[in-house]
Ligand binder design. Structure first.
Ligand SMILES: Cc1cc2nc3c(=O)[nH]c(=O)nc-3n(C[C@H](O)[C@H](O)[C@H](O)COP(=O)(O)OP(=O)(O)OC[C@H]3O[C@@H](n4cnc5c(N)ncnc54)[C@H](O)[C@@H]3O)c2cc1C
Length: 563
């Protein structure tokens, strides 16, 4: 399997192959013809048999080759609309609602029975709710600068600034809607003020007022309910929402994307969209070929006990965009990875060795783990955690440097920690405890030689608590001896949530060609769009920026399309 990152020469080869595919599509775009004299060409008609052969000859992945065109006589139904939105996750539903509010007729398609609807923490910069809670406003210039630096400028400055400067207003719009549907927006404490892990914003969660959503323990129930509400707005506004309807190819006419062919329960459906087509199909991390090609990790080498891929995204929107001549953000692509909750406690790999300065954020700590043998890691602490954690709280950071779901008005409590983190970790068999370190190592399943190393590692760590960390340089405020039973060992799962990169779009969410030209009529939002993240998901600057960007760019796009 080729990747974009194996070696410099492979990178060059892949890049060339990719450019070739894009160029071929682009050429087809310019010369699009009419199918059967009545329908515009599907984007796949741009890839001739020759182009497919060329790609095969270079060993490039199959997804770069467009499928065969769908003939006009295969179309069972035709629909005319202003805007076609493909995918009804949060980004698509927001865009569809915003377009509807602007008086545009929307056709919203979703390939699944019910859309994906994951996430609960929304990140916005300076929404009104922060002022209501007397929280100091964020300096937009500072957060833009920091976000760009932390991305090593491998993202688009126009998109970053647009998000930082407009997400407050977008948040106000969304939270107002949520209130109307019976939710209470709550500001969540989870925010680090440490210089190194500065979170600029508190996230907002939608807590149910009575009747807004069933309190069945589903963390994502609010987002799910909001998506359903937004779909209903589309229908009430004269548009249509159709599930079990999968977009398969874009329609391109004279360089403009004019609609798409979708596959529904009754066969193919042609949707003509006068104003534009919005790709909101989510991420691609469930497509192994795309994941391998665009990202930097060797996923096959990870122990499935320590690494879980949660994504369901098959990259349909990325592929359709590429076939229509849209450019992809250059790889390696950033990912959103989650790590178990372990604060700054000692981490050991499956050889029993300490491997990192545990003063690391969420994504960074996960990355440090992914470069360990089999990506295996354990966090170790002892019975003193109830006293230690409150003292450590002001120092370190990362997205989950605090109790999940703690509102700013509520105090941190050990009981809350046990309820919100430890309870499910114990239930899932991730958190184990023992009365001696030897026993703990056995319960963790370390090999006999690793147990010896593990015991020596803990001994050494305890010495460094007194002497200062001359091995990894961890701040003394975060060091604590592991000496008082019971001892705890947390299996550190790294979960890949979603890929967060995609088609190159400008701040108006317009898709661009490799040459930087706007492709008329084609837009991408949410995880279908690239440009906002460079190296990894920037939870360190704006936690909740993933849902935040779906709301912000979807809301703005509705206004843009109405112009
Ligand atoms: C466990 C977990 C927790 C998370 N928590 C948070 C959080 O708290 N805060 C945060 O900011 N982010 C969070 N995220 C990330 C967040 O869920 C996603 O980034 C966000 O939902 C992306 O929204 P989207 O609309 O771009 O894509 P999606 O939610 O993936 O929606 C895309 C939709 O398009 C549909 N679709 C795909 N292809 C087609 C096609 N060809 N035709 C028609 N429909 C199609 C899909 O079925 C899907 O319904 C979390 C992710 C995970 C995995």
């Amino acid at each position: 399997m080729s990747t974009m990152h194996d070696t410099p020469s492979n990178t060059a080869l892949s890049r060339r192959g990719f450019l070739k595919a894009a160029a071929l599509s682009g050429a087809g775009l310019a010369g699009a013809t009419m199918l059967g004299g009545c329908a515009p060409a599907t984007s796949s008609s741009n890839s001739s048999a020759t182009s497919g052969d060329d790609l095969a000859a270079t060993g490039e992945p199959s997804f770069l080759t467009a499928p065969a065109s769908i003939d006009a006589d295969e179309i069972a139904e035709t629909v005319d609309t202003d805007v076609l939105v493909i995918g009804s996750g949060i980004a698509g539903a927001i865009t569809a609602s915003s377009c509807t509010e602007q008086g545009l007729k929307v056709f919203l398609v979703e390939k699944a029975e019910a859309p994906r609807n994951i996430g609960l923490d929304y990140g916005f910069v300076n929404p009104g709710i922060m002022a209501e809670k007397n929280i100091e406003p964020v300096d937009v210039y500072e957060v833009v600068r920091d976000h760009m630096e932390k991305s090593c400028h491998r993202c688009r400055g126009d998109k970053v600034y647009r998000f930082m400067s407009e997400s407050g207003a977008a948040g106000d719009w969304y939270l107002e809607k949520a209130r109307g549907y019976g939710f209470v927006p709550e500001v969540i404490a989870m925010k680090s003020n440490s210089d190194h892990f500065k979170n600029y914003v508190h996230v907002v969660e939608l807590w149910p007022d009575e009747g807004a959503v069933a309190d069945d323990g589903d963390w994502y129930a609010a987002t799910k309910a909001m998506i359903a509400n937004l779909q209903q707005e589309v229908v009430s506004g004269g548009g249509e929402y159709r599930n079990l309807t999968e977009a398969v190819q874009l329609l391109v006419d004279g360089g403009r994307v004019t609609g798409a062919i979708c596959k529904g329960e009754n066969g193919y459906l042609q949707v003509n969209a006068a104003k534009g087509v919005v790709l909101a199909c989510g991420d691609y991390a469930a497509d192994p070929e795309m994941l391998d090609y665009y990202t930097a990790w060797d996923f096959d080498s990870f122990d499935p006990d320590f690494f879980i891929n949660e994504s369901t995204g098959t990259g349909d929107g990325h592929k359709m965009g590429l076939w229509a001549g849209a450019a992809m953000q250059p790889g390696p692509h950033p990912l959103m990875t989650f790590m178990a909750y372990a604060y700054s406690y000692l981490r050991v790999n499956n050889l029993g060795q300490r491997y990192v300065n545990e003063d690391a954020g969420y994504t960074g700590g996960g990355n440090a783990q992914l470069i360990q043998p089999a990506a295996a890691s354990w966090a170790i602490w002892d019975d003193k955690w109830r006293e230690e954690l409150p003292n450590q709280m002001p120092y370190a950071g990362g997205m989950s440097w605090d109790q999940d779901g703690r509102r700013i008005q509520d105090p941190w409590t050990p009981e809350g920690e046990e309820e919100l983190a430890f309870s499910w970790e114990i239930e899932d068999g991730l958190l184990v405890q023992a009365n001696s370190l030897e026993e703990l190592a056995n319960v963790m399943g370390l090999a006999p030689e690793a147990i010896e190393t593990f015991l020596a590692t803990v001994k050494r760590y305890n010495e460094l608590v007194d002497a200062g960390d001359t091995d990894f340089g961890k701040r003394p405020e975060l060091m604590a001896k592991i000496e008082q039973p019971p001892f705890y060992g947390l299996r550190m799962n790294v979960e890949l949530g979603v890929s967060v990169s995609g088609l190159i779009t400008n701040a108006d969410s317009e898709c661009l060609t490799e040459a930087g030209a706007v492709i008329p009529g084609l837009y991408a939002v949410g995880n279908n769009a690239g440009g906002l993240f460079g190296i990894d998901y920037n939870e360190v600057t704006i936690p909740g920026i993933s849902l935040g960007r779906c709301v912000t760019f979807g809301w703005l796009l509705g206004q843009h399309l109405a112009k």
